[in-house]
Design a binder for this molecule. Sequence first.
Ligand code: HEC
Ligand code: HEC
Ligand code: HEC
Ligand code: HEC
Ligand code: HEC
Length: 245
Amino acid sequence: MMKNEKYVLMAFAAIMLFIYPSTAHTRPESQSACITCHEFIGGDLAKPVLNWKGSIHQQNGITCDACHGGNADVKLGNIKQLSQEKFAARQALAMSKANDFIGVPTGKAMFDMCSQCHSESVDRYKNSLMGKAYLNNTGGPSCVACHRAHRNSMPDVPKDCESCHKNTTGFDQIDPMSVSRTTVISLSKIRIKIAEEKAKGKKPPLLAEFPEELGSFQIGFVAFGAVLILFMIGYIVFMILEKRR
Ligand code: HEC
Ligand code: HEC
Ligand code: HEC
Ligand code: HEC
Ligand code: HEC
């Protein structure tokens, strides 16, 4: 009986531990002016809210203003009854530069946004070939090209790479966050290996029972042996038939 109670208590504690992190640190969503207004407007401006809900950031209490800045505490009152002027004033207040509001971050501003909490990941990517190509504006992917902005996920390799890369062979065997000259070299080695394996797989088997490593000389030798044995069997059969006569 004591034992059972212990288990019930442990299960209860486990459930609480599971629920606690997803609720305790989150600002009540109804109190975020960003969410209230963007949901109210609907359409494309509400999509970030829909995507963010259930995301790893939402689960960890990372609200709109953690990334975009601005003032999420602006009092909106009954948003449906706001006059146009009051609506515009609240919007301007919430999304004001004075409150460090960042709209859609471009260039380095995106790295700065993420590095508040992911400085190690940003440093890793910043020093990679693609990270440099992004910062130099020469076509490298941004953080959200691979991770999405509001429903963060890991990239689908190679599908998410195909918009920029024609040859994605071996992409599943490298780390996209830290592509360097060394990665390019190991990638070409991986590709040679894959090509070799493919070539091997396509070669029609000469004699099914023999290992593929057999050279043509060995195969000829074995074939000659087989013919010799067939000939001997034929000869023995011939001799037996001759004797019966
Ligand atoms: C009272 C309404 C209202 C509030 C409050 C509000 N927004 Fe907005 N937001 C809008 C409207 C309307 C637009 C589109 C018009 C525009 O871009 O100026 C917009 C646009 C944006 C954009 C896109 C900007 C761009 O450059 O394309 C971002 C990002 C954004 N809001 C984030 C936030 C964040 C974060 C908060 C809270 C700190 C917030 N909003 C609070 C109404 C609001
Ligand atoms: C993890 C950081 C992060 C959080 C949290 C976040 N955003 Fe964004 N948001 C971004 C980034 C980055 C972009 C730029 C996307 C791009 O370049 O495609 C963006 C773009 C936007 C845009 C422009 C339209 C679009 O979809 O690209 C709006 C509007 C917006 N965010 C509103 C919000 C609102 C409202 C919230 C809260 C529910 C929110 N964001 C939470 C990072 C974030
Ligand atoms: C205010 C802090 C904060 C900011 C800003 C922020 N994140 Fe996060 N992010 C977190 C937390 C907390 C987690 C969940 C715990 C973890 O895995 O580190 C997380 C998780 C993630 C994950 C999932 C990691 C995993 O291991 O599964 C990705 C991807 C991610 N963030 C990308 C971004 C990108 C891209 C930006 C910038 C546009 C950004 N984050 C901005 C706090 C933040
Ligand atoms: C070309 C695609 C790509 C780009 C661009 C990219 N990432 Fe990643 N990221 C990945 C992949 C794949 C992983 C998982 C494997 C790994 O850990 O390296 C990952 C892992 C992460 C993680 C989990 C922890 C970690 O470091 O492994 C975070 C956080 C993250 N990325 C944030 C970012 C941020 C912030 C940026 C922009 C500065 C960024 N990523 C750019 C593909 C990308
Ligand atoms: C927005 C376009 C874009 C996307 C998306 C993208 N890349 Fe790249 N990638 C580049 C550019 C540009 C370079 C060239 C950087 C340089 O050499 O200066 C590059 C270079 C590379 C290289 C080294 C050169 C090569 O082609 O062998 C590898 C490996 C690579 N990317 C892997 C990936 C992987 C894996 C993904 C998907 C998770 C991906 N990339 C998604 C733009 C992109």
